[in-house]
Write a protein that binds this ligand. Structure first.
Ligand code: CUA
Length: 356
């Protein structure tokens, strides 16, 4: 064996050793890291497995490329006095080229086929799926349930029954949004003019964040709500309450009045947490302890306002827009998602603060 050949073998052996150790470490780290929040849907299983498989396949490829690059920089770098030297003249190596084209092609086709099978699997509709229409707007989500007599029931809270497949029909009133519940693993763009959809079958009772995953304007970061997965019995009860509230007229029926238990709703609680998005997540109001600056500072603009004009500003934010602020930023659905007594409590509270 010639000296050069011996050296080449040493290089390959060293490369293999470094590459193997780095790959094993990378894959182990990748699998150890808890990438996702707790899973609440049946679809999460195959999606998470797909992620793990992609990780196991792609980490060694990344490591292989990086190892060869870094090793070459380290071992074959130009040393002083070699400035004018050139490497040996090398022409194409057909066998090598066939190998490095065929292997990636096989890997890609295999992974695409696998991903397609997973997608088909998680998109299959079941016979008794439940439909929820999800409408995004700057900067809130409204959820519409099929009610009795074909009338939809609006809610600013997403309630879903465990064990049931749900189909979300996602729409937008204004710009692009993206309906995402990380615990369900699925997300889809809300596109003005069309309806997009995805399905999930819920497997875990709990409350999970609903997030807008598409930068949609000033209030994008407050476009967060909650998905409440409850038992079928609790869901039916909630739905019946909603249905009743809708029949009694007024708003489309909102969340239970803040304070609950039949007590009069608490205006301050609605301001800080009971509305969605909460007033306080965009407005400064010293009395409520909020200091957000997306909307006008209510400590300033409420001065001298009467109940009628405050109520109008809640229900029709476009009627009178504070100078320096843009129309269309504040959601226009508070009149639908808050119940009349909640609007009244909120207005009374703001009047009280304004005249302090
Ligand atoms: Cu809607 Cu971001």
């Amino acid at each position: 064996m010639g000296e050069e050949e011996k050296q080449q073998r040493t290089h390959v052996a060293q490369l293999l050793a470094i590459g193997t150790i780095a790959s094993v470490t990378g894959v182990a780290l990748g699998l150890l890291i808890d990438w996702f929040p707790i899973a609440a849907s049946e679809e999460a299983g195959p999606i998470d497995t797909l992620w793990d498989v992609l990780l196991i396949v792609s980490v060694p490829i990344f490591v292989l490329v990086q190892t060869i690059v870094l090793y070459s920089v380290w071992r074959f770098r130009m040393r002083p006095g070699e400035e004018l030297k050139d490497g040996p003249p090398i022409h194409g190596n057909t066998r090598l080229e066939v190998i490095w084209t065929a292997i990636p092609a096989i890997i890609l086709v295999a992974l695409c086929s696998y991903a397609y099978v997973v997608l088909r699997d998680i998109e299959t509709a079941e016979a008794r799926e439940m439909k929820v229409r999800v409408v995004g707007e700057q900067f809130t989500w409204t959820f519409f349930y099929p009610g009795e007599g074909g009338k939809e029931i609006a809610s600013n809270q997403l309630y879903l029954p465990e064990g049931r497949q749900v189909r979300f029909d996602v729409q937008s009133k204004d710009v692009l949004h993206d309906f995402w519940v990380p615990a369900f693993r699925q997300k889809i763009d809300a596109v003005p003019g069309i309806t997009t959809r995805f399905r999930v079958k819920l497997t875990r009772i709990g409350t999970f964040p609903v997030v807008c995953a598409e930068l949609c304007g000033l209030g994008h970061s407050v476009m967060r709500q909650s998905a409440h997965v409850v038992s079928q019995a609790d869901f039916d009860e909630w739905m019946a309450d909603k249905q009743q509230a809708a029949e009694e007229g007024g708003g489309g029926g909102g969340e239970e009045p803040a304070g609950g238990g039949g007590a009069a709703p608490d205006g301050k609680a609605i301001f800080t947490t009971g509305s969605s998005p909460a007033c306080g997540s965009c407005h400064t109001l010293a009395d409520a302890g909020t200091d957000a600056t997306i909307g006008p500072d209510l400590d300033e603009v409420l001065q001298g306002k009467d109940a009628a004009s405050i109520q109008q500003s809640i229900e029709e934010p476009g009627a009178e827009v504070t100078q320096g602020f843009q129309d269309g930023i504040m959601p226009t659905n508070y009149g639908d998602t808050l119940q009349p007594e909640e609007i009244k409590a909120l207005t009374d509270y703001l009047v009280e603060v304004a005249t302090k």
